[in-house]
Design a protein around this ligand. Sequence first.
Ligand code: ZN
Ligand code: ZN
Length: 739
Amino acid sequence: MKKKLLAFLLILVLAITAIVATACTKNTERDFKQVTASVSYAGRSSQVDKLELNATIYNFVYNNYYYYQQGAMTADDYQKMLDKIDVSYKQANESLAESEAYTLMCIDELYKLVMAKGTDEEKAAATAASTVGKAYDAAARIKEIVSVLPKKDLIAAIEAYNKEMQESFDSFLEAYESEIEKSVTKHSTDNVKELTVISKPWKLTYEKGESFIENGLKVGVVYEDSTDVVTLDRDEYTVTGFSSENVSEKVEITVSFGKKSATFDVAIVDAKVSRPALPKDDEEESAEKTEIPALFEVDLDKQIEDVKTSDSARYKALSEAKRRLEKQMSTNYRNYEYYYLSKLKSQAVTACEEIKGKESTGVTQAEILAEYQKRLNDQLQELELGAKEYSSAVDSPAVKTQIVHKDDKIFYVLHTLLGLSSDLKKEYDALKSEKTSHSDALWEVKKGLIDESSMYVSNPEYDKDAKCEDEDCTCISCENYTGENPGECTDENCTCEKCPNKRYLKTITYGDNKTLNAKEDGTFDILDLRAAMYEDLAAMSDASTAEERAENLKVFKKWIYMTNDDESFFTTLSDGKLGYSLSMDESDYVESFTELSRLLAYGTELEKESSDYYIVGSGVGSFGYCYTTYGIHVIMLSGYALDPNVETQALTDGMVAIPADAITDYTSYKAAENDEETATVTPAKGTIAYDIVEKLESNKKDEKIGAFKKDFYQNALKNDVEITYFEKVYQDLIEQYQN
Ligand SMILES: [Zn+2]
Ligand SMILES: [Zn+2]
């Protein structure tokens, strides 16, 4: 029984697809364009057609069929679903009609808004495009929505439409291009005497972890009874054997064509340090787009026209892909207009709801306080109940959004590690394994080795993850260079963004226009670097201004990108703006690291002076250095979670209540920008207060949108919307399912 049903279902699903896919005649088209529901609201009309309804039901049946196939639905239930398909049709038709009505209400709201607040020009355009009192017409509806949509929403709708069309188009283009490719005559794999590497790739030495670059590689074939070398196309042969996982003097790379192969070798060496590029200053927030993009089909026609005389292969490919895309649409009785309109309609709904949501008034100081108090009470209660996750969060130096905390002295530091050279570390490890020296003596040896260390200094402008965009790049070390094997680029003035020549600095400029030059091998002594860094950072005093402190942080960040050897730190720095979170209570970091950090944050002048950390200045922007087993750490205080002078509220068991303006999420921290004009409160990002405001605003917005929708279903739908259903129109589809 079960098997029989399955066969029946398969036929059914195929049959329904066939309705749309093959029966492409004028009669079927006319049949599918019949209206199954007509809708009107405030003088505007819309409709649901049989094609739309059929597509909805088809998806519904198909999903159920899928569940059934996966065993998530029994055969009986599946059969019941089919038996009741008439009910599903009725419900789907109603739901489509109601959704049309809701869209009409949104269009009406947007129209009213233009009339109330738009410029004369906008009002005139909206009036001219209004469809009030007119029969439904898709093209007119497009013009109408375009005339009332806020510009950013219109751009969003067009972008969504263009993306969808482009994706379909690309798949047709790709299919066509691979057909062409296959039809091109290739070199025969028969009667091959020898496969030969005509030219090796230019890059034959790789650092551990690098990926293979085959530029410069040319492979040829010599046939029996001939001495000529015939160059092969790249897609005719395969390249295998590359691995940069381990250091190796010789890794054999094999090129294969048919049954023949040839080899060449590459070497894998230790990886040099790779630091990320310094992020650009105050990354400009992507400016709001103001230009309305051309529609996909308009742009495509222009592209086709552009290559008509210059590139006949491209012209043919684009034209053919366009023809196939349009044919597929018309097979389904769809067109560009249909897809564009559906994107506009959904954007009209989004825009309208967005506007309704924004009508909620801002958050007041009193509301923030009330919410803060509520959260505080909730957290105290959870603590009392012994919620495990909560108590571990209380202990953690990362404050997250906790209000109750063990420690009210939480602060942030930035640091750079001038690391012990790897060869000197090996020397030390060998000495240590002999176990002849006392640990204090060993530490003195290590400090000596650290002082002897040298390192590469990264160019903060060089982005190791960037891609060279220049397709005709002339840098011989660039991936885009297409010439034969000339070796590595040594051009000092090379303009390629990815030129390996630019990876490390050869000269550092610091302080009052002083310079420091790299040694012969390209590295710098770390003691020289530390001295230069100290001179480059402005001397801080109690009197230093906020600007001076900020400047010091900026200069230090650049040094971090140039010199830091603590790899785990890069993520912290690139995500956050404050650096490591530390507390007076707990810390997982090395002792001298935390001791210096605590002195910077809360130490007295006397404590600082009598320490071995060479601390300069006080407060945010002050810095010092310490030795650890990894090397020399230069550390700078970058911020406090809360003002150190503010008294925190003491709770039971030595707990404190962290105030609302404390920075608890340092990765998203951004200072507040005071806007005197609006009465609403915008706290600094990353603080408890910011989190509260965000939450309250979003609640208010949801409430407003909810009320708008509720009004539609409870009032408008009953009183202002008119819907007429034409059930006979789709009766034949129901019968097809039921037979
Ligand atoms: Zn170059
Ligand atoms: Zn390049």
